[in-house]
Design a protein around this ligand. Structure first.
Ligand code: BTN
Length: 240
């Protein structure tokens, strides 16, 4: 495996995007990021020596339609690994955040390069709050947490990283074998399953109903007043 390590960088995803000659499976990791990025132009708080901030570059030979399935291997690997370190249940919030105690502990930023209508490269950016203190996360204290905040002790980030990478490798190398049951693994630990939720897109509620599961294409299955609907993307929120 190829590792590229930075003490500090703007963003491991940005580095991967601007560096075109990276091999399949390259892992770019940083102790801190000065402009860690989240989805929807949000930032990812990345204080030094506290979290895991890394990006994995993959050049898979897959059909474009399998991309949403492939993207499930990352939250599954992170969820299963974190569950080994904590007794509270670790949930996957569709499409791919990780939640513990109703707060976010990990997020994923996927970016793709397309050549001739085919995916030539996937950059999977993963951020996990490990040894962040409450103070590190004070700007997002109502919505975010860390392993340390939950367990009152420090964790070995290297050990956790190795576990996650091993799991990702296993799922990726045998993707053909796993791809048709990944949605079930996600459904087993799905946040808010069976609860009333709303799906928000561009600040508007586009759907509301009961979250049933994730279907084999990676879509959220919602029981609405008008029947079953399958949602491809959007932000999930709980009905208050
Ligand atoms: C999100 O939940 O909105 C996605 C967060 C992704 C954060 C990771 S940290 C490593 C990689 N580099 C970035 O700038 N972002 C991702």
């Amino acid at each position: 495996k190829n590792y590229i390590y930075f003490d500090e960088i703007d963003s491991t995803n940005l580095f991967a995007k601007r560096t075109k000659d990276l091999e399949d499976g390259t892992v770019i990791l940083a102790e801190s990021q000065t402009s860690g990025r989240g989805r929807n132009n949000r930032k990812w708080i990345s204080p030094k020596n506290k979290g895991l901030y890394f990006s994995i570059v993959l050049k898979p030979d897959i059909e474009n339609k399998d991309l949403s399935k492939l993207s499930l291997i990352f939250p599954i690997a992170v969820r299963d690994t974190l569950q080994k370190y904590i007794s509270l249940q670790v949930f996957i919030k569709w499409p791919n955040d990780i939640y513990i105690n109703n707060k976010k502990i990990s997020g994923f930023l996927f970016e793709t390069d397309i050549e001739n209508n085919k995916i030539s490269r996937i950059i999977a950016g993963i951020g996990i709050n490990i040894n962040h203190s409450k103070d590190d996360l004070k700007d997002v204290q109502d919505i975010a947490t860390s392993l340390k905040i939950l367990q009152n002790k420090e964790f070995d980030r290297k050990e956790i990283l190795n576990d996650i990478l091993q799991k990702i490798e296993e799922l990726y190398l045998d993707f053909d074998k796993y791809k048709d049951r990944l949605h079930q693994i996600v459904s087993e630990n799905l946040l808010w399953k069976g609860e009333k939720i709303v799906i928000i897109e561009n600040d508007k509620i586009i759907e509301e109903g009961i979250l049933l599961n994730i279907n084999q294409d990676g879509f959220a299955t919602i029981l609405t007043k008008k029947g079953i609907k399958y949602i491809y993307s959007g932000d999930l929120s709980i009905r208050k």
